[in-house]
Design a protein around this ligand. Structure first.
Ligand code: MN
Ligand code: MN
Length: 158
């Protein structure tokens, strides 16, 4: 979920990206297609001086890879139906939750865990935080004042 290439400051941080708690089964076409495009955009934003707050995870079960539709690998590991991510973009590092306003840009996506999507843009899979809250049961951005959440969670990035 957090890619190795985004945690290169020291060996400990980098090794942590290889824990299985950071890994979900994704089709290569998703991982190297729209998912990668959003990762690269996020990296560019961070390198241009923004600070990003990112949360991501799997949803449901029943992805379709080269071996066909699957709900589990070896009866143990869930193959999710889709993968979602929320990227909150703050103007500069260090602002923290106080830097989140109704004008803060938020990118929320949910991408199917399937084949045939490698050439798709992440933009095809834009959704809202509210929609992801409905689907996952989580309350994202819960430290942000509810009035601000109500605005930025209902908006789809464009
Ligand atoms: Mn909400
Ligand atoms: Mn929320």
């Amino acid at each position: 979920m957090t890619r190795s290439g985004d945690r290169t400051a020291n060996t400990t941080d980098n090794c942590a990206t290889f824990f299985l708690t950071n890994i979900v089964p994704q089709t290569q076409e998703q991982n190297e297609g729209p998912w990668l495009e959003l990762e690269n955009l996020s990296k560019e934003l961070a390198q241009s001086g923004k600070e990003l707050y990112i949360v991501a995870g799997p949803l449901g079960e029943g992805g379709t890879g080269l071996k066909g539709a699957m709900t589990r690998i070896k009866d143990k590991i869930t193959v999710s139906e889709s993968t979602w991510k929320i990227v909150v973009i703050l103007d500069k590092p260090g602002l923290g939750v106080k830097g989140v306003t109704t004008k803060t840009r938020v990118i929320a996506v949910r991408m199917p865990n399937t084949l045939g999507i490698q050439s798709d843009s992440y933009k095809k899979y834009l959704t809202t935080v509210d929609e992801l809250e409905k689907l996952t049961g989580y309350d994202f951005l819960s430290d942000v004042p509810v009035g601000v959440q109500a605005v930025i969670e209902a908006k789809k990035d464009s």
